[in-house]
Design a protein around this ligand. Structure first.
Ligand code: KIV
Length: 287
């Protein structure tokens, strides 16, 4: 894996070169640093932070100031990865001037290199306006968490052929509209694999799948799902590569036991006075 900085044109080239694009979310400096060192191509400061960091049931309460705060921490960790910041609910739907101003804040104050927003045909003009001032835009269609109330939950979209009149056709039209408006890539979330494959074949920009099967040009997962950092079960489409929740809980239980048993701290974790000192605690053996 090359350590060369990942750029927007590099992400776009990956599709032509058949190189899978790897992405993960991060919300703070240490995890972004780990992701960057692991060779992740782009890091998304996702509004999923509303759920996995803030503990809300949806992403809807997340504000611009909160994304900027997290994006700044993530951007400080960047060496190789491209940093994409999510536009939170309400930051781009009111009007296009607002959307351009908020996208600019994510670049200027959040130190992101690109922004992501949810929606298809309905936000195509907004994507066009943001891209027109040279802010790279990533689209996001399918299961769009900011539409949770319309969808009646975080539900897979476009699953039944012939039902939900035209839903599959609408998703294809959304994908084409996002590309035509100037997005450099598009996240396909929670759609069946055959539809994701059709969209991937129809677009010249890369598709980044999450719960969208095996034929997307890249994959993204929420960091907490990849690392097993959630108390609840990870979604079906995610794969847990570690179990940090259990590991962290075990470590803290051991710490608590040791403090209560007075086996931590030992003299090794202590500073010596410059004068000889009397202590009730056993001295560690000299090595
Ligand atoms: O906010 C987020 O984490 C996302 C990803 C799930 C794509 O939008």
């Amino acid at each position: 894996m090359e350590r060369k900085k990942v750029t927007v044109p590099g992400i776009m080239r990956a599709k032509d070169e058949g190189r899978p694009i790897v992405a993960v979310t991060a919300y703070d400096y240490p995890f972004a640093r780990i992701a960057d060192q692991a060779g992740i191509d782009f890091i998304l400061v996702g509004d999923s932070l509303g759920m996995v960091v803030q503990g809300n049931d949806t992403t809807l309460p997340v504000t611009m100031d909160e994304v900027i705060y997290h994006s700044r921490m993530v951007a400080r960790a960047r060496e190789r990865a491209l940093i994409v910041a999510d536009m939170p609910f309400g930051s781009y739907q009111v009007d296009e001037r607002d959307a351009v101003a908020n996208a600019s804040r994510l670049i200027k104050e959040g130190a992101a290199e690109a922004v992501k927003l949810e929606g298809g045909e309905a936000v195509a003009e907004t994507i066009r306006r943001i891209a027109a001032i040279d802010i790279p835009v990533m689209g996001h269609i399918g299961l769009t968490p900011q539409s949770v109330h319309r969808m009646g939950g975080h539900k897979v979209q476009g699953r039944k052929r012939g039902s939900a009149p035209g839903q599959r056709e609408r998703l294809m039209a959304d994908a084409l509209a996002v590309e035509e408006a100037g997005a450099f890539a598009v996240v396909l979330e929670g759609i069946p694999l055959d539809l994701a494959a059709e969209i991937t074949a129809a677009l010249s920009i890369p598709t980044i799948g999450i719960g969208a099967g095996v034929e997307c040009d890249g994959q993204i997962l929420v960091m907490h799902d990849v690392l097993g950092l959630c108390e609840s079960l990870a979604p079906k489409f995610a794969k847990k590569y570690a179990n940090l929740w259990q590991d962290a809980r075990g470590a803290l239980e051991t710490y608590a036991d040791e403090v209560r048993l007075r086996t931590f701290p030992t003299i090794d974790h202590s500073f010596q006075s410059l004068q000889p000192v009397r202590t009730k605690r056993p001295m560690a053996a000299e090595g």
